[in-house]
Design a binder for this molecule. Sequence first.
Ligand code: 6PG
Length: 246
Amino acid sequence: MIMSHSVRVFPTREALAQNFANILFKDLDRLEPDHYYTIALSGGSTPEYIFRHISENYADKTGWDKLLVFWGDERCVAPDDAESNYRMAHDSLLQNVPIPDANVFRIRGEVDPAAEVLQYSGLVTDMIPLFNGTPQFDVMLLGLGDDGHIASIFPDRPDLFTTSRLFDVAIQPGSGQKRITATGRLINNSSRIFYIVTGKKKAKIVSEIIEKKTESEAYPASKIAPVSGQVVWMLDSEAAALLTTL
Ligand code: 6PG
């Protein structure tokens, strides 16, 4: 299957959230019996609005029990910390919808990062069907940092796209905060990658990466090219404002 890129622009975050939820539930409706749908969530602030919209408007849908929830990265903090990606998803989505706790596999940011990298890599390898010998998520959600980082792969770590590891410890350059992140091997093995990017602050980096402007090569996001899958950019009109090739 050839890799495909699509860019979808929505007038509002609400319209983006609705469209993403419809894609998700259409897939859940089509799921074979005894099959699960595996998704790795992104962190940061952008998904919170999307998750909250979904939990306020789709909680009564069927299929939540077919979803297995993982994370693409986590901050090395306790699960009740304001910085925790798990906490954000729990408060804005997971506690508000009928998804069994047994279907939620958080990265434990509160334990020794190197030990958690091994533990979580093992869990993902056991739980997620393999494609080409590597776990393949049905969906990987990604946000986009102003510096072109994705998950917690920052521009100073190109090695995270060549390593055979599935997860690794990273450091957020500005704050020095420790992170646990999926690597390029795992992210690029996903069936579908959804970028969810909103707001005018992101317009410049979005246009640099989507339109492959010269300075974009160094950005981790420019190395996202799933081996057999799709990349779908879900943008609001503000984040898409500088795109010239639509
Ligand atoms: C994280 C994320 C990270 C995030 C970007 C964008 O843990 O911070 O996974 O990759 O998606 O930093 O963050 P905002 O949505 O807050 O702009």
